[in-house]
Design a protein around this ligand. Structure first.
Ligand SMILES: *Cc1c(COP(=O)(O)O)cnc(C)c1O
Length: 394
């Protein structure tokens, strides 16, 4: 144990303001995960039924399932473990499409790629898809979703909170109208679970995708809530062994699952207080940023996640700005598309023109952000934007 890892002092690295991309694991979560790795811990295969190693691991998995379920007021038996929200979204869309034998899907044009690319795949398989556009405020009008539903619609999938602009959709209204039409409703809640109240009963949700690493749990683990009453028909997408009630095979990753359970337990304990603290930090950051000439907030100022800002800096190229801000970690658009120089498809879907979209940055604060972090970021943004605007004029 002599090779102690000395953490790099946080100050030596950029200030982290990219909590929508991922979050660090909460130390309390890491401790729980550690209990499930070594010989003297819960390393057993939860599917082993012939000895205590298996039984003990299974017990830890079931405890975690209760914590995840509680976060969304669900029956624990309706939680299916996956490798993350990407897999949950794939299982929801392809699983329901396959069980329905094809037909029509309703989704939106600014979903995460995990939903959009899956919808494109289903189109390739001969299914029809309607992509409802959000309003210019980044919020989807439930009436537009209702109008898109047809008699052969097998699923409606609308994200709860958008990962790029942080805007929030009225999923309860969409859930109610889907219930009335008898169409299952899926929501990608990777950005909202643990940050906003979610209730599968009150909100009439049939399928919900969640990811651990967006809420201070480990990467590589997520869950799909699959309603049992009335049952949602879903075809498994990963075959082999029949784990998770035949919906998702594979040896359960006890340490990851326990980490996700603890992350959800902590989120549920602290949702309100934490959201308030984070919203205050975001407000403090915005009060710095809005003084910079030519800045504009993308998306609704009210219907938004507590930690997220998406800001256009008029006349400044976002990529150049990112490059110059090497002491702050943030992103232009969503991290998943930052390999391409295309303007963000999310901002495009909101009818924001390409020039403004190309000058936009996403800034997100989270659990470990301090007031001095946001003051530093505000100051640096003002300096760098000022310099770039000045050089653009000269
Ligand atoms: C991060 C994210 C995903 C992907 O989740 P992974 O667990 O990384 O696969 C899907 N949807 C949204 C809205 C996200 O923010």
């Amino acid at each position: 144990m002599s090779e102690a890892v000395v953490p790099t002092a946080a100050r030596e690295r950029a200030v982290y303001l990219d909590y929508s991309a991922t979050t660090p694991v909460d130390p309390r979560v890491a401790l729980k995960m550690n209990e499930c790795l070594l010989m003297d811990g819960e390393f057993g295969n939860p599917a082993s039924t012939t000895h205590a190693y298996g039984w003990d691991a299974a017990e830890r998995v079931e405890e975690a399932r209760v914590h995840v379920a509680a976060l969304i007021n669900a029956d624990p038996r309706a939680i299916v473990w996956t490798s993350g929200a990407t897999e949950s979204d794939n299982l929801a869309l392809k699983g329901v499409a396959e069980a329905a034998g094809g037909g029509h899907l309703v989704t939106t044009s600014y979903e995460h790629k995990a939903v959009l690319d899956t919808a494109k795949y289903l189109e390739g398989e001969g299914m029809q898809v309607t992509y409802v556009a959000p309003g210019p405020d980044g919020v989807v009008d439930p009436a537009h979703v209702g109008r898109a539903v047809r008699d052969d619609t097998f699923l409606v999938s609308v994200m709860h909170a958008n990962n790029e602009v942080g805007t929030i959709n009225d999923i309860a209204a969409i859930g109610r109208l889907c219930r009335k039409r008898g169409v299952p409703f899926h929501t990608d809640a990777a950005q909202s679970a643990g940050k906003l109240p979610l209730d599968v009963e009150r909100d009439c949700l049939d399928l919900v995708s969640i990811s651990a690493h967006k809420i201070y749990g480990p990467k590589g683990i997520g869950a799909l809530y699959v309603r049992r009453e009335p049952p949602v028909r879903i075809a498994e997408q990963i075959h082999g062994g029949g784990h998770e009630r035949g919906m998702r095979s594979g040896t359960l990753a006890t340490h990851q699952i326990v980490g996700m359970g603890e992350a959800c337990r902590l989120a549920r304990l602290g949702t309100e207080a934490e959201s308030r603290r984070i919203a205050e930090l975001r407000g403090r950051l915005w009060s710095h940023i809005k003084q910079i000439p030519g800045t504009r907030l993308n998306g609704s100022p009210t219907e938004r996640l507590p930690g997220t800002l998406n800001v256009a800096f008029d006349g400044v190229d976002g990529e150049t700005l990112l490059m110059a801000l090497d002491d702050i970690a943030l992103s232009s658009g969503s991290a998943c598309t930052s390999a391409t120089v295309e303007p963000s498809y999310v901002l495009r879907a909101m009818n924001i023109d390409d020039a403004l979209a190309a000058s936009s940055l996403r800034i997100t604060v989270g659990r470990f952000t301090t007031p001095s972090d946001v003051d530093f970021a505000g100051r640096r943004l003002a300096e760098v934007v000022g310099t770039l605007q000045h050089s653009a004029l000269s």
